[in-house]
Design a protein. Structure first.
Length: 226
């Protein structure tokens, strides 16, 4: 296991800053002791944390916008901020000689999720979340994914070759599925986790989710999981 964790950070309110602290300590609880590279949109600054893992700030001084902003025409860009950060983050990991482990800034993971990710990856090169079986019915899950170091150039080339984000039929989730269809021998989907689906089973040995509600956060605190 040789991961470098990459994430993005967009701060709208102090609640985002409070959740960032929860995210950090949830990440190092894995345990993870490497660097964490954080791509920060204009005006955002990921808070300083403990000494378990070093935060490497990458302030972009701009906000390319959400994919929905591109589709609606609100933003004129070819790629949204999420796509730009994962492509750039992948190359940062490659330059560091590391696998890219992406953990979205609203994603919390529990149990031995890093070893399980590697175990499920096996001899393949890229693993991400499965298709949603309930609302919001996304074609795959992207809050947590892993790309082996040697496959990063191929991933970047394939992702960019699939075209821009300003097409509702070509969302980032669609692109991951298309890469899997192009290269099924090297691309897999993980068996665990909820991503945006609900309900959550808090008793699962290994799991992750994103976009937690206030009630779910309260339950995590009650169980002393955060």
């Amino acid at each position: 296991m040789n991961p470098l964790i990459i994430t993005g950070y967009h701060e709208r309110t102090m609640l985002d800053r409070e959740f960032a602290r929860i995210w950090y300590y949830n990440t190092v609880k894995a345990p993870y002791r490497g660097d964490i590279y954080v791509f920060e949109t204009k005006g955002s600054w990921f808070p300083e944390m403990g000494s378990q893992a070093r935060i490497i700030h990458i302030p972009t001084n701009y906000n390319l916008g959400h994919v929905g902003d591109l589709i609606s025409g609100k933003e004129p860009h070819a790629f949204c901020g999420w796509s730009a950060s994962i492509v750039a983050g992948a190359m940062v990991a490659y330059n560091c000689g590391k696998d890219m482990l992406y953990k979205e800034s609203d994603c919390l993971a529990f149990g031995s999720w890093i070893p399980v990710l590697y175990a499920e990856l096996g001899d393949a090169q890229f693993i991400f979340g499965r298709k949603h079986q309930s609302a919001p019915w996304m074609p795959c899950s992207q809050a947590l994914f892993l790309i082996k170091h040697a496959y990063i150039p191929a991933f970047v080339a394939k992702y960019l070759a699939l075209g821009t984000d300003n097409d509702v039929t070509n969302l980032p989730e669609h692109k991951f599925v298309k890469i899997m269809e192009q290269d099924p021998a090297n691309v897999k989907q993980m068996t665990f986790g909820y991503d945006r689906e609900r309900p959550i089973c808090f008793y699962d040995e290994v799991w992750y989710a994103q976009r937690f509600t206030e009630e779910e956060m309260a339950e995590l605190r009650r169980r002393e999981m955060i």
